[in-house]
Design a protein around this ligand. Structure first.
Ligand code: GZL
Length: 330
């Protein structure tokens, strides 16, 4: 345990704080008010679950960044259930962690527990997914992607792909988990763009729970119920990859007979893109760990932080995927 005494003079007032870190770059801010041992910052994190490759990469980023920052991380896997996340947040409050962060599995139903954290004087940071509460005093900031924009990017690619064509384009959609911000917003952004041209018709839209298994099963029902599918829009790579299995089992060529657009850009998705089985991927970065730890430090030190921290991301075609794959971190 590296222990440094930092002395700062601000406005004539001498501030002395013990800074302790375990091998981190600048160690954690001092003054932890919880069981983190010495002055280590204790972060309570309630994760959605382990539903997709994106989530695995996100969890890895958070765990590695917390270790690098020298924080004590109390990590709970919500297993896809809001009640588990709420229970974890209540436990973090009882344990008097310094900061609570979580990725809300759904947008609604958080006000009560976040009010409890606020009343306990424990700051909360939203990561990855937003909540629909109008009371923004319940959390310090939301760090994550603009999912509406991601849906729009998917729609814009499709509009360009079918520029000048007049035949009807039959689209099936694999939605993310019900009530989740990325599912609601990716659907809304995509619909907002394609509504401009009546040839685009979403003939079936159903949740695939962001998982490969469900994506495959729902695509099997689409293939049985829809005589003519031109395009699949899947809210994440994992459902798209499951759908590819169903499409191939039905004797069709994914990426050719049925064009596929997905979101995330995890390695397996990028590999299918490079192989021409997916046609376009909108990136959604899971590597939120370093920025999150920086925000935790600032919040613990009482610094003002922006209410919204937007993550930077791009899009990929098959050619771009071939170039990016060798250096892909996840
Ligand atoms: C997006 C994230 C979504 C991913 C899915 O930020 O919440 O959840 O797109 C993941 O792969 O399951």
């Amino acid at each position: 345990m590296l222990r440094r005494l930092s002395i700062a003079v601000a406005g004539g007032l001498l501030l002395v704080s013990a800074v302790a870190g375990c091998g981190g770059d600048d160690g954690a801010a001092g003054g932890g008010s919880s069981g983190g041992g010495d002055d280590k910052i204790t972060l309570g994190f309630a994760q959605v679950g382990a539903e997709s490759g994106w989530r695995t990469a996100n969890t890895k980023s958070i765990e590695e960044s917390a270790a690098t920052a020298g924080f004590e991380l109390k990590f709970v896997d919500g297993q896809g259930k809001q009640e588990n996340q709420i229970k974890a947040i209540r436990n973090f409050i009882t344990q008097r962690v310094d900061v609570i962060a979580f990725s809300p599995v759904v947008e609604s139903g958080w006000d009560t527990v976040l009010k409890e954290a606020k009343d306990a004087g424990i700051p909360v940071i939203l990561t990855d997914r937003a909540i629909d509460s109008p009371d923004t005093s319940l959390y310090k900031t939301f760090i994550g992607s603009d999912f509406v924009e991601e849906g729009k990017k998917a729609g814009e690619w499709l509009v360009k792909e079918y520029q000048g064509k007049t035949d009807t384009v039959n689209i099936v959609e694999l939605q993310g988990s019900p009530g989740a911000a990325p599912a609601n917003d990716r659907k809304a952004g995509f619909a907002d763009v394609i509504k401009a041209d009546p040839k685009f018709k979403v003939v079936a839209s159903q949740t695939g729970q962001f998982t490969r298994t469900d994506g495959k099963a729902v695509m099997e029902t689409f293939l049985k119920s829809q005589p003519d599918i031109d395009v699949l829009y899947a809210h994440n790579d994992d459902m798209g990859l499951g759908a590819i299995e169903a499409i191939e089992a039905a004797g069709k060529k994914p990426g050719t007979d049925i064009k596929i657009i997905t979101v995330d850009a995890v390695k397996d998705g990028m590999t299918a893109l490079a192989d021409g089985k997916i046609n376009f991927i909108v990136e959604c970065s899971p590597l939120l760990g370093p920025q999150l730890m920086d925000l935790v430090k600032k919040v613990k030190a009482g610094e003002t932080i922006p209410q919204r921290v937007l993550t930077e991301e791009t899009t990929f075609t098959p050619e771009q995927a071939k170039e990016a794959l060798p250096n892909r971190k996840y």
